[in-house]
Ligand binder design. Structure first.
Ligand SMILES: Nc1ncnc2c1ncn2[C@@H]1O[C@H](COP(=O)(O)OP(=O)(O)O)[C@@H](O)[C@H]1O
Ligand SMILES: [Mg+2]
Length: 356
């Protein structure tokens, strides 16, 4: 064992502080060093991928990726290939591996969790435009839906879709395809603006989200209690560290928990949401089996929930999305999250060495 962990970043980008690093990077590096291990930052560059691979493969036990895949000049393909080789060929512990980033982070994680209590059972994903045109007019007959694109992360291409005609909404037969000229009220989460469109036109418009790399559209039931807020758990490995309660701006068709749209954020201790934390702890092994390679969970990740009501009137929670590539905790550094990250990362490297 080298007792050494590398942290990958890319140079530039608007997430960097004066020292050229993400603001939570050096705190992680220093916390690892405080525990008697070595840690170094390496900036990934696509045209130096082989050189970086050789250095890292021979000198480190694990890597922590602090790279937003969308921010890599030249695309994520070469970066992901290098990470895969580091874990598969050189035996490094990947935190996280590209496969995990894709499985946990993609919007269709929700569909993979179908059959669990985490998602409503009528959650679907469209990977080709034909399925969208065939199935969406029917799912819409069951009530309000949310369509979610996979690329992007700030509510763009996340559409709340309701029938404009409330009388029609009440009389439509569940399961019967709605006609293409049905008028829809479509509200986008990026800024909560609403457009009235015809079903056929709107589906044509949505084809852009399906074509191209990692294109897909998740079709999910609208959760009306989103107005009470989205509840984000931030986790380091299995440990919930804090909870962010994101309340959409009040009024109209507003449903977005993004900052830009005017949602208000409150930071809570996990104990303030104990029933949610308990439910998540119980579901975590299932999540790991359905999404993780070798049942792995990400090193630093978030899970977002919306409130729902059970038949007996008690609160339940529905999963909205998971994020795991490059989750930041800059504003919470004083909580000592970096120490937990260091502990968890070193533990994973030691366990891997013990079973190698
Ligand atoms: N099924 C749903 N019901 C109600 N609101 C939703 C639903 N899904 C998403 N939203 C709202 O839309 C916002 C953006 O959706 P999200 O899945 O988090 O995508 P993004 O990757 O853009 O953050 C959420 O923060 C939430 O406010
Ligand atoms: Mg979100």
């Amino acid at each position: 064992m080298h007792k050494s962990i590398v942290v990958f970043e890319v140079a530039g980008g608007n997430d960097k502080g004066e020292d050229g690093h993400r603001r939570d990077t050096m705190p992680i590096v220093n916390a690892i060093k405080d525990k008697g291990w070595n840690a170094e930052v390496i900036y990934f560059e696509s045209d130096r991928a082989n050189e970086i691979y050789d250095t890292v493969a021979n000198n480190f036990d694990g890597y922590i990726s602090r790279v937003n895949p969308g921010h890599i000049p030249g695309g994520e393909k070469i970066y992901f290939e290098m990470l895969s080789r580091l874990s598969k060929e050189a035996g490094l512990v990947g935190m996280s591996t590209p496969e995990e980033m894709m499985a946990y982070g993609a919007k269709d994680a929700l569909v993979k969790l179908n059959g669990t209590d985490l998602v409503p059972e009528d959650t679907a994903a469209y990977y080709d435009v034909e399925s969208l045109h065939e199935i969406f007019p029917k799912t819409l007959s069951y009530g309000e839906r949310v369509l979610k694109q996979n690329r992007g992360s700030t509510g763009s291409g996340i559409w709340r879709v309701q029938l404009q005609d409330r009388k029609l909404a009440k009389s439509v037969k569940p399961g019967e395809a709605l006609p293409l000229d049905t008028k829809l009220k479509c509200t986008e989460a990026v800024d909560n603006h609403t457009e009235v469109r015809e079903l056929g036109d709107f589906m044509k418009f949505c084809e852009q989200y399906i074509v191209g790399d990692n294109g897909m559209l998740v079709d999910m039931r609208f959760m009306p209690r989103i107005v009470e807020g989205e509840v984000r758990i931030l986790l380091v490995g299995p440990h919930p560290v804090f909870v962010v309660h994101k309340k959409p701006a009040a009024g109209g068709d507003n449903f977005s928990a993004t900052l830009f749209s005017g949602a208000k954020y409150t930071y809570d201790k996990p104990e303030a949401w104990q029933d949610l934390i308990d439910m998540f702890a119980e579901a975590r092994p299932t999540i790991a089996t359905k999404l993780g390679e070798d049942n792995n969970i990400p090193l630093i990740w978030t899970a977002d929930f919306m409130l729902d009501t059970a038949e007996d009137g008690s609160d339940t929670y529905v999963l909205g999305e998971i994020n795991c590539s490059c989750v930041g905790f800059t504003s919470e550094l004083d909580m000592g999250i970096q120490q937990l990250v260091a502990e968890e990362a070193i533990k994973r490297c030691e366990e891997a060495a013990a079973t190698a």
